[in-house]
Every structure is written in C-alpha cells, then in structure tokens.
Design a protein around this ligand. Structure first.
Ligand code: GAL
Length: 371
C-alpha cells in the first residue's frame, strides 16, 4: 500500500511538474487538446489572469479569415480558448477588416482612464497585398471581447519626427530621383528621411508593430515604417486610441521588423528581427534610457546553435511575468507559411549576462528558472 501511495504521489508530482513546462517549438495544446492558434501575439495580464491575443491562422492561408483569438491562463502553460476577440467583417462588407484582409501582430492594452481594453494591430486591406501599411484599433469593455473596430490609418500624418533635422525636413530629394534602390546614395537618402518626407502628408507606413505602456501609463506604438527600412516610436493619446503626433525615427535604413520591448531598472530593451518575410534571421538588440533615445545597438542576444536564425523564429512580444522581479519571457513565432496554423511558439526566458539580455535555447523550461 505504502509503495502504491508513494508511486501515486511521485506520478502526480511528475505530472504537475511536467504540466508546468514550456516547450519551445512543440505543439501547444489548449484545454481541448488543440494547438493554440494565436500567432504574432502578445499577452495582457489582468486581475490574476494572462490573456494571450494572436492572429488566428488557417490551414492554407495567412490572410485573416476569422480575426484575433484570445486564450486565458493562470500559469502561462495551460491555456483556455476564449474564442475570437475581434472578428473580421463578412465578405463584401467593404470594412477595413473585411474577411481576407491581413491582420497581424495584435497587442492589447488596458486603459485606466476609460476602463477599456484597446487592441492595436497591423492591417493590410483585402486584395492590396502589403501596400496599405496601416495600423488598426479596436476597443472592448471586456478583456476577452468582443472588440469593436474603431479605425485604421497611417500614423502621424502631417507631423515631423522630433529627431528629424530642418535640412532633412526641407530636402527636395524624392524617391523618383533614384533609378535603383540599395545604392550607397539611395541608402544615404533613406537615412536622411526620403520615405518619411514622401509620406508626410498622408501618414507614415506602419507594418510590424508592438505597443508598450510605460510605468507612468503613457503608451507608445513601435512600428516598422518607411518601407520597413526605419523604425518609428510614436506616443499614443491618453485613451490609447490614437496618436498624439509626437514621434521619432530610430535606426533609419536599419531594416528592422518584429519589435518587442521591455523595461528593467529604467532601461528599455528592444529586440527586433531583420526583414526576410516568413524566413528567420538574426535578432537585433537595442537599449535606451529614454523611450525617445538615444538608442544604442548591441550584438545579437541569442546564444548557441542557430543563434544566427533566432532559433528559427521571429520576435513578437516580451512578457513581464507577474509577481516575479525582473522575470521576462521572450515570445517568438516559428512561421510555417505552407501550413500557417501549425506555426510554433518559441518562448524563452530572458537571462542576463554582463548586464545585457541573452537568449539560450532550451527544449523545455519552467517559471522556476526565475526564482
Ligand atoms: C514578416 C512579418 C510578419 C508577416 C510576414 C509576411 O516579415 O514579420 O508579421 O508580415 O513578414 O511576409
């Protein structure tokens, strides 16, 4: 009898430990045993529960056929499907978020002043490839939704970045002046604001993106702009539903995508990828002691095998673990464009070496790594 009890206890212990493991790259079953479908996602912690929002992907296409999914969890390993938080609009509705549009990298934040949840996402209009380069906004009174679509647009129309010089603002150099892209002259012109000026009146292009809420509750939109060549950081209005028009350009011509950010001890850490579509590339890392810069580049934070491909993944979000000091999880997607819904999640703990974040591959790990 004793040994039965002993082995029962051992197996429950084993099971509970096993249940808590995060396994980067493995199928991640939800409460119904179905692989979580929340790609390019982000997580909001609210009243003791984590809410994971992401792109619902189907078997064959990356276009949005359903919308943004929401999953909930208390422990970051067991996820319950809460359904579609923001639904795309029916075929032929003419809505910006009509079924078949591209709706990527949704991020949800909570606004204390309005008591509303605000979802931001990268939007490409149906049938227009990636030409629209817009950001979209939806709101809800309830964290799990349904979210109501508010608007989509190109940010900061008619505004100059704070860190763009008068010479750059008034330059008459235009994209049409260049027969070929990628020449040294063209690169220099890009750095000096070629595409920012082109888009000044209509608003800046906005593709891969994230939203960051600082300790003072100010929120920022960080996005790939200017033909994905330059990142921009823009301040959001107090209700988090639009831009104030204050923004900066960072790493002009640096070709950064997939921004993910966290803050620790007053330092902002930004991790991005290069621009190779669904194919992985080497992560980049930047730091600053003010969101408005100056930003400084550091070497790739990944270590070990396939570090130069970010372990075959692309950043999407960095999650502060609730109740644990300086505990951050790097979240990335291992895309599978031939079978989009099968894409895997690469979550790794952020470790620090010589004061800088490092990411090391782990087949499995759990939150006790932060203790
Ligand atoms: C990636 C981007 C993804 C998706 C993809 C489409 O570079 O990070 O979110 O837009 O391109 O090719």
């Amino acid at each position: 009898m004793k040994s039965i009890i002993y082995s029962f206890l051992l197996s429950t212990l084993f099971l509970s430990v096993k249940a808590q493991d995060i396994k980067p790259g493995a199928i991640w079953p939800d409460e119904q045993g179905i692989h979580v479908n929340a790609h390019g996602g982000g997580i909001l912690y609210s009243n003791g529960t984590y809410y994971w929002f992401g792109e619902h992907k189907s078997e064959k296409t990356s276009a949005a056929l359903k919308g943004v999914t929401c999953y909930s969890s208390k422990n970051l390993t067991d996820w319950k499907n809460e359904g579609i938080a923001l639904a795309v609009m029916p075929d032929g509705s003419g809505s910006d978020i009509e079924k078949g549009c591209v709706l990527e990298r949704p991020k949800v934040v909570y606004n204390e002043k309005t008591n509303k949840y605000v979802m931001w996402f990268h939007l490409e209009l149906k049938g227009k490839g990636y030409d629209a380069a817009r950001v979209g906004v939806a709101v809800s009174d309830k964290v799990t939704g349904p979210y109501r679509f508010i608007h989509s647009y190109r940010p900061c129309a008619g505004k100059w970045p704070d860190n763009m010089s008068e010479t750059e603002r008034t330059s008459t150099v235009k994209p049409e002046d260049f027969e070929k892209w990628w020449t040294p002259e063209w690169r220099q012109a890009v750095e000096e604001g070629l595409f920012n000026r082109r888009d000044h009146a209509g608003g800046q292009m906005s593709r891969d993106m994230t939203i960051f809420v600082d300790q003072d509750k100010k929120a920022y939109h960080i996005y790939s702009s200017e033909e994905n060549l330059t990142l921009q950081i823009a301040e959001l209005s107090d209700d988090y539903q639009s831009h104030t028009g204050k923004y900066i350009r960072i790493f002009p011509g640096g070709h950064n995508e997939a921004p993910a950010i966290f803050k620790k001890n007053g330092i902002y850490y930004l991790i991005t990828s290069g621009c190779t579509g669904w194919d992985p590339n080497e992560a980049r890392m930047f730091t600053a002691s003010s969101i408005w810069g100056p930003w400084k580049q550091h070497p790739n934070p990944c270590r070990g095998d396939d570090a130069n491909l970010t372990f075959h993944s692309q950043s999407t979000y960095i999650l502060p673990v609730a109740g644990k000091k300086d505990a951050f999880i790097f979240m990335a997607d291992r895309w599978t464009p031939k079978h989009p819904s099968d894409a895997r999640y690469i979550w790794l703990p952020i470790q620090f070496e010589n004061g800088l974040p490092v990411l090391k591959w782990m087949d499995k790990w759990n939150l006790s790594i932060f203790d």
